[in-house]
Design a protein. Structure first.
Length: 334
């Protein structure tokens, strides 16, 4: 081997080692992504007409839940949980739809910014109550879910209102190519703008630190209380984005929280985020959301009772939890 080719071979080996290491760290997500590909192929087999339009519809219906799953993932990584995400989505959705009803496109921009700010405030309230009262997250956020749901009913007792056209155009239809749904592009842009810089920042490292070991993080100088509140603030922001996605995809606002809270927890578990905190990301839960939705779609194509989809989702989650427990036991023995 010549002196010139040696550094090249070394660089290739280093890149290969980095790639293998990355694949090992993200093995669960890669496996879930592979399962999604198989599920899409199965969907095409049982429904040959499944093409661009159904894919666009799938992306539009998945978008609110995907944002809810991202919101839940952030707070779970920090070592907590938020059972008020569905209620926050309902509140922000009805406020957006009510404020936009019959108004101009320019006014719609102000409404969207105001709703995002409201999401930050709602998350800050949840986080401050958790930190100040020292009551478990699950209790505080369960109580606040009733508060936010009640506020949503005060704003609008029944579904109604409307969304400005430009907001609906952001998530409905395709962009560039009929196989590229606008809702999927919107989700990628949102996550890229908010999550990627966050996870590389000091705040992102602090969120993972307090979720992994709160005492060790405190001894290392991490402001545990402030980081916890900021994690809930980010959760509120993503919940508000989910509420706006609901308004954009349906064209109205509904005060009913819907199943988004429980499904977000399911997506987090299926997506490989540890409920103990400190491990995972947001890409896995997003893929999990698509998997859960596609399972329900396939059951419809097979003329299976759609109520069994809930059973299937439960069975999938039980299997995931069992596999995760076995993996942790093997690691502990190793």
């Amino acid at each position: 081997m010549s002196a010139v080719t040696a550094p090249v071979e070394t660089a290739r080996a280093d890149r290969g080692g980095i790639l293998v290491s990355w694949a090992r760290r993200n093995a669960w997500t890669l496996g879930l992504l592979g399962f999604l590909v198989v599920l899409l192929a199965f969907t095409k087999v049982i429904q040959p007409r499944y093409g661009p339009i159904p894919v666009q519809g799938l992306a539009t219906s998945v978008l609110p839940l995907a944002l809810a799953a991202v919101a839940q993932a952030v707070v779970v990584i920090s070592g907590g949980i938020d059972l008020s995400i569905g209620s926050m989505m309902a509140l922000t959705s009805v406020i957006a739809a009510t404020a936009m009803d019959g108004r101009s496109a320019e006014f719609g921009v102000a409404v969207v910014l105001g709703v995002l700010l409201l999401g930050l405030v709602l998350g800050a309230v949840n986080g401050a109550l958790v930190v100040v009262t020292r009551v478990p997250d699950i209790v505080v956020t369960l109580a606040m879910s009733f508060v936010w749901a009640g506020c949503a009913l005060l704003v609008r007792a029944a579904p109604g209102g409307s969304a400005v056209q430009w907001l609906k155009d952001l998530v409905v239809g395709s962009i560039g190519n009929e196989w590229v749904p606008r809702a999927a592009v919107a989700l990628i842009v949102i996550v890229a703008i908010i999550w990627i810089p966050l996870v590389r920042s000091g705040l992102g490292l602090s969120i993972y630190a307090i979720g992994s070991n709160r005492l060790a993080a405190f001894r290392s100088g991490v402001p545990v209380g402030r980081t916890k509140v900021l994690a809930y603030v980010l959760t509120g922001l993503f919940a508000a984005l989910g509420g706006l996605a609901l308004t954009a995809s349906t064209g109205i606002g509904s005060p009913v929280p819907g199943p988004y809270t429980l499904l977000s927890v399911a997506a987090v578990v299926l997506g490989g985020v540890s409920l103990a905190g400190g491990r995972g990301g947001v890409f896995g839960p997003i893929v999990a959301v698509v998997v859960l939705q596609l399972v329900r779609t396939d059951m419809t194509f097979l003329n299976v009772n759609t109520n069994l989809a809930v059973v299937a989702q439960g069975v999938i989650l039980i299997g995931v939890v069992m596999v995760g427990s076995l993996v942790q036991m093997r690691r502990a023995r190793g």
